[in-house]
Design a protein around this ligand. Structure first.
Ligand SMILES: Nc1nc2c(ncn2[C@@H]2O[C@H](COP(=O)(O)OP(=O)(O)OP(=O)(O)O)[C@@H](O)[C@H]2O)c(=O)[nH]1
Length: 334
């Protein structure tokens, strides 16, 4: 069975709408990526050093990350040699396979860690403008659809407008928001929110925080205080600390991830605005080079555009047209 068919089979257990979302959300990346790879394949019948160099270039341009690209291409070269693959066409399934392999081996556990009993607390960190508030709103909607009772805590008391913005998302998702006045202590907001969850039998508490990267010491102190409050109230919490990163910022996302990871232990990444970039290869670079799993991706602005990250769906969305087109072409030539 061709790799493409295997991939298709693997994702067939999911609903078509998820496949469609990934395809639509990754259309910019696919368009530039697929076009370049198609062009490469048509120019090189036989693979040689130059072919691999050009492939490296394409992957780096898609923000896959230099270190990851080197690893990937070295493995491809070795595997091509081992399997005695010489024509470029036969290398294509191998490229896809390596992408999936890499994502599986480095991405770690993509499932959200939820409390086995009682309240699950999820902390969101990240700089302003990355889509943190939007992500919290989308996630509230997702949990609500799963039948869970959700509450939001307006822990970004620093940025003007952040509390109101969270309230708007709370309304949209139909969930309550615990808030204090702007400028108040974020740890106190989160403490109050935890007390409120007890009265209202809440399953999941999603906590916003301020993203003041300019001052790492402040950031650390603030987050540590929040942690202490949460841990004292709910043993084992927070169950997740999710770093929200904007895919369109490319390499900037890396430095943010490094700083936040030093300031606090990140358990997962939410990569937003993947639909807004042609450089969607950043997912691979982030999971491979930072060793932190990408747990969710933002594929659009609507409430249901936040999707659990799925390596197969991602690779299928990037490569399916390329495969389908080529397979159809080959069939019509036969
Ligand atoms: N296309 C697209 N837009 C997104 C996505 N996620 C967020 N956005 C948009 O990004 C913009 C910023 O998002 P916000 O959540 O308002 O960001 P913010 O409030 O500055 O973020 P924080 O300060 O991090 O809370 C908004 O216009 C969102 O609609 C996504 O996955 N795709």
């Amino acid at each position: 069975m061709s790799l493409f068919k295997k991939l298709k089979e693997k994702i067939s257990h999911q609903t078509e709408s998820v496949t469609a979302k990934f395809k639509e959300g990754l259309s910019k990346t696919r368009d530039s990526f697929a076009e370049k790879i198609n062009d490469l394949l048509s120019r090189y019948r036989k693979v040689d050093e130059e072919f691999f160099e050009e492939l490296e270039e394409i992957l780096i341009q898609a923000d896959v990350g230099v270190q990851t690209v080197m690893e990937l291409v070295d493995e491809l070269k070795l595997e091509a040699k081992r399997q005695k693959l010489e024509d470029s066409e036969s290398l294509k399934p191998l490229i896809t396979e390596k992408f999936v392999e890499l994502l599986h081996s480095t991405a770690g556990n993509q499932q959200l860690n939820m409390a086995s009993d009682g309240l699950t607390v999820i902390l969101f960190v990240g700089v302003n403008g990355v889509g943190k508030t939007t992500t919290i709103g989308k996630m509230a909607h997702m949990f609500k659809n799963q039948g869970k009772k959700v509450m939001l805590a307006a822990g970004d008391t620093f940025r003007a407008g952040a509390i109101e913005q969270l309230e708007i998302w709370g309304e949209r998702a139909g969930v309550d928001v615990t808030k204090h006045q702007a400028g108040s202590d974020p740890a106190a907001v989160i403490y109050d929110a935890i007390q409120a969850t007890r009265k209202r039998d809440i399953d999941v508490l999603l906590c916003d925080t301020a993203g003041r990267l300019q001052n790492k010491v402040n950031l650390m102190q603030e987050l540590n205080k929040i942690y202490r409050v949460i841990q004292r109230e709910i043993p084992g919490a927070p169950h997740e600390t999710l770093l929200v990163l904007d895919a369109t910022t490319g390499q900037n996302a890396f430095s943010q991830a490094k700083t936040f990871n030093e300031a606090t232990g990140i358990t997962g990444i939410v990569l937003t605005k993947l639909d807004g970039t042609a450089k969607g290869g950043i997912v691979i670079a982030i999971s491979n080079e930072l060793g932190i799993p990408v747990k969710f991706v933002g594929l659009g602005e609507k409430l249901d555009d936040l999707q659990p990250f799925d390596a197969e769906q991602y690779v299928y969305a990037l490569f399916s047209e390329l495969f389908e087109e080529r397979e159809n072409q080959q069939q019509s030539e036969q």
